[in-house]
Design a protein around this ligand. Structure first.
Ligand code: ASN
Length: 308
């Protein structure tokens, strides 16, 4: 059942009002930063015959239109690659729907509908987009410190702009130190954002590029917030050659047919690229020092609940 009193209490609360104000500064400042870096903003894709497979999200959001099956966007990864045929540096505030397991209801960081700032750069390396990610986060935090002092005081939050370059750890090193579910521990044990690089091929989707010199290892990365706030962004260099993409799809046990239109485009030629996606609600949660993700946006949808 939809709990109207609970919703009204939240909508009228100072916590939400201030979190939304701070979030609007995050949106403004990231747009300003990326425009200055030569990016153009593209409009989001909500439904398409193809979307990110994200195999851990087993329930597929589908709609049928005119007898064709469209999927609700889980991420715009393939559209970002294709958008680079039009412009060399693109970003989008992309709404994603991922039907998470009910057990994630109280994780504090899972919403089934969220927005990521998703960007992609033609012919970029992982190092280049990592440097871009650091500069982007630093400029957002700087803007929040300058423009959101009353909000930060309300939340009792003291922010400092983290120093660049952020530390890096490989997936294997993190796993050896903190075990297979290392994200939380890694995050808790740091006071500045930290990169995790070189994910093993089994754990990720087929689109991040496999390092030909180190088969089984991807040229990709996650950025982890400090203080237990967990994942900030995820990205990497991409597979872009048709044969490589087909090989990676088949390795995952997925039928090539499921990605036929995308493969048709890849056959004509995709650019090499790298990029990442940064979750807006999780960034807001971190900047405000909140533990509940549902306090960071209007109409938040927690797994397993009916929400507006
Ligand atoms: N946006 C991510 C990326 O650029 C993909 C994702 O959200 N699954 O790699």
């Amino acid at each position: 059942m939809f709990d109207v009193d609970r919703a009204l209490n939240l909508w009228r609360s100072e916590v939400l009002r201030r979190a939304l104000h701070l979030q609007s500064v995050v949106l403004d400042s990231s747009r300003e930063f990326l425009r200055n870096q030569g990016f153009i903003e593209i409009l989001p894709v909500i439904i398409s015959p193809i979307t990110d497979p994200l195999t851990d999200h087993r329930v597929r959001g589908e709609v049928e239109c005119y007898g064709f099956k469209y999927q609700i966007t889980k991420s715009m990864i393939f559209h970002k690659q294709m958008a680079l045929l039009s412009h060399p540096r693109i970003f989008c505030f992309s709404p994603n729907v991922r039907i998470e397991a009910v057990e994630r209801q109280n994780s504090g960081k899972h919403l089934i509908e969220f927005v990521q700032l998703d960007l992609e750069v033609r012919e970029a390396t992982r190092d280049e987009v990592m440097a871009l990610g650091e500069a982007l986060l630093r400029s957002i935090i700087q803007a929040v410190i300058e423009r959101c002092q009353p909000d930060l005081e309300f939340f009792g939050r003291k922010l400092v702009v983290p120093e660049s370059p952020f530390p890096r750890i490989t997936y294997r090193e993190a796993e050896a130190k903190f075990g297979p579910d290392f994200e939380e521990e890694l995050s808790r044990s740091h006071h500045e954002p930290i990169w995790v690089i070189d994910f093993p091929i089994e754990g990720r989707e087929f689109y991040d590029r496999e390092d030909e010199d180190r088969p089984g290892t991807l040229v990709d990365m996650d950025l982890i917030y400090p203080e237990g706030y967990g994942e900030a962004l995820s990205g990497g260099e991409r597979e872009y050659q048709l044969e490589r993409i087909c090989h990676r799809i088949e390795q995952k046990g997925i039928q090539l047919e499921a990605f036929a239109p995308y493969l048709e485009v890849a056959r004509r030629g995709l650019y090499p690229s790298a990029g990442f996606g940064l979750g807006i609600e999780r960034l807001t949660r971190y900047l405000c020092g909140l533990r509940q993700i549902e306090l960071t946006r209007l109409f938040a949808k927690l797994p397993g609940q009916l929400s507006l």
